[in-house]
Design a protein around this ligand. Structure first.
Ligand code: NAD
Length: 262
């Protein structure tokens, strides 16, 4: 494997499982020094240990991306351990399916706090650290097809992912003078635990009959004919973390098998 992020210090939030875990494991194999950050600290520690067993360098750090103090502590821990920060993946996110007329203020605020505010805080705190190091660095946000189109059963999730795309563009403009690039990638349907949870919620609303039906329903409009796995994501995220993407900023790269054409 080409060591395209050799010695780079990379934080991936929500890396205790799913897409974030795949990104962290891949970048460790490419030579990165990884901070596996997750709300579930035990989950993050397990992934960090697995990276170590694989010959990589990683630590697990608990974080709640919606709380500034927690994000600051994560960055302080990173700098204490590895001396600097080169790349932040704002990947942690939560979802919920709910018919449009039933979405409550509490549902909306909960999703926006993690998916929207979390990206704002993470980007600000990482940028402060990168600027204090003399500038330069990369921030990569996990958006979604739900950040490009509104879906009636995911109104609040869509609002939060449109926010991710907007913050990506705004931060790219704000931070370019510090040689910090800010990009996003937008998965379509990725077979992770998140979809098992969505399946349960679909059933609660009487929308599907058995687990994993939701993922199949959503997959019908994928040009490439199948939902993705985390392994389908990591080629693009490796590109966005490496110097190969140095002249790319403010972009949201679709990784959705052609589900949404923008
Ligand atoms: P997942 O639920 O499998 O993993 C998410 C991880 O984030 C979990 O380990 C969880 O503990 C952690 N997390 C949740 N809230 C957190 C918080 N406040 N602070 C820190 N960590 C927190 O989900 P996934 O499918 O791997 O999704 C990862 C990202 O990709 C999310 O932003 C999600 O919205 C996005 N996404 C997923 C899909 C998909 O189909 N799975 C599609 C498009 C976008």
């Amino acid at each position: 494997m080409e060591r395209t992020v050799q010695d780079k210090v990379v934080i991936v939030t929500g890396a205790g499982r799913g897409i974030g875990e795949a990104i962290a494991r891949d970048l460790a194999r490419r030579g990165g020094r990884l901070v596996v950050a997750d709300l579930d600290g035990a989950r993050g520690s397990r992934v960090a240990a697995a990276i170590g067993e694989d010959g990589g360098v990683a630590i697990g750090v608990p974080v709640d991306v919606s709380e500034r103090a927690s994000v600051r502590a994560m960055i302080e821990r990173t700098v204490a351990e590895f001396g600097r920060l080169d790349v932040l993946f704002n990947n942690a996110g939560i979802s919920q399916t709910c018919p449009f007329l039933d979405v409550t203020e509490a549902d909306f605020d909960r999703i926006m706090a993690v998916n929207g505010r979390g990206v704002l805080i993470g980007t600000q705190e990482a940028a402060r650290q990168m600027i204090s190091q003399g500038g330069g660095g990369k921030i990569v946000n996990t958006a979604s097809i739900a950040g490009k189109q509104g879906y009636p059963l995911f109104a609040h999730y869509c609002a939060s992912k449109f926010a991710v795309v907007a913050l990506t563009q705004a931060a790219a403009r704000a931070l370019a003078e510090h040689r910090i690039t800010v990009n996003a990638f937008a998965p379509g349907v990725v077979a992770t635990e998140l979809w098992l949870q969505l399946d349960r919620e679909f059933m609660e609303h009487g929308l599907t009959e058995k687990p994993s039906q939701a993922i199949n329903e959503f997959s019908q409009s994928i040009l490439l004919g199948r939902p993705s796995q985390p392994a389908d994501i990591i080629g693009t995220t490796a590109f966005l973390a490496s110097s190969a993407s140095d002249y790319v900023t403010g972009q949201t790269v679709m990784i959705d098998g052609g589900m949404v054409l923008t």
